[in-house]
Design a protein around this ligand. Structure first.
Ligand code: ADP
Ligand code: MG
Length: 225
């Protein structure tokens, strides 16, 4: 099932000089996909995820989510889409400082939705945080915070999971574990788009792309190294 589709997406930043991280990017994402987008730092990977997450409006092209043109959405429709269908594993997404870990997860279950503490606890367990449920974010290590953000990103069963270098700051064990959990999510019908500056996870991908000069190239077939 198709979840979302980028067609000829163009994005400029105009802050003095014009930077064009996305010139003409097309990508179709289906449920079950685990798409890895590689590219060096500064090339536009995060920008791509911001557009896919409806946090940033492109300057050209079309972005369809479940066949609906997102550029026609009001702010509240976009907000509803994000809260209901998209899971963000971003480096700069923060936990709410005034809430404990469990409360952070329950909050992310969605406004107006029935809270499911058992599910929050189950996710905390999967991420090795069961004994930290009552801790506030400041009481956690950097790696624990990143794992907590990953747990929070999955709590509302998002159709699309956007992961921006999700293994940064994590040790070997938890890097492998995060990738395993993301693959598991794809296996259970979500779609995962993960961007990374290293090619380490290439073999995990169901589709491998490279962002280069504002264009997204499918390198699944040609991937030798
Ligand atoms: P990556 O995630 O691959 O490191 P980014 O998408 O963060 O790349 O950035 C791509 C380019 O766009 C960089 O040159 C960056 O400096 C520039 N850029 C990113 N965000 C902004 C912004 N809000 N305003 C101006 N330029 C930006
Ligand atoms: Mg980035």
């Amino acid at each position: 099932m198709e979840i979302c589709r980028l067609e000829h997406i163009h994005k400029d930043y105009r802050m003095g000089e014009v930077v064009t991280p996305l010139k003409d990017v097309s990508l179709t994402v289906h449920s079950g996909d685990f798409i890895v987008v590689e590219g060096p730092s500064g090339i536009g990977k995060s920008t791509l995820l911001y557009v896919m997450g409806t946090l940033l409006q492109s300057d050209g092209g079309t972005y369809l989510f479940e066949d609906k043109d997102v550029s026609r959405f009001s702010d509240s429709e976009k907000s509803e889409l994000r809260a209901g269908k998209i899971g963000f594993l971003f480096q700069d997404s923060a936990l709410i400082q005034a809430l404990t870990l469990r409360e952070n997860l329950l909050f992310a279950q969605g406004i107006g939705q029935k809270k499911d503490p058992a599910q929050a606890d189950e996710l905390l367990r999967r991420f090795g945080l069961e004994d930290r449920a009552g801790f506030f974010p400041y009481q956690l290590s950097g790696g624990q915070r990143r794992r907590a953000m990953a747990a929070r990103a999955l709590i509302h069963h998002p159709a699309l999971i956007l992961a921006d270098e999700p293994t940064n700051d994590l040790d070997e064990h938890w890097s492998l574990e995060i990738i395993r959990i993301l693959k598991e999510q794809a296996g259970s019908g979500s779609a995962v788009v993960m961007v990374t500056h290293n090619s380490r996870w290439a073999e995990e991908a169901s589709k491998r792309c490279r962002l280069e000069d504002g264009i997204l190239i499918d390198i699944s077939q040609t991937a030798a190294i």
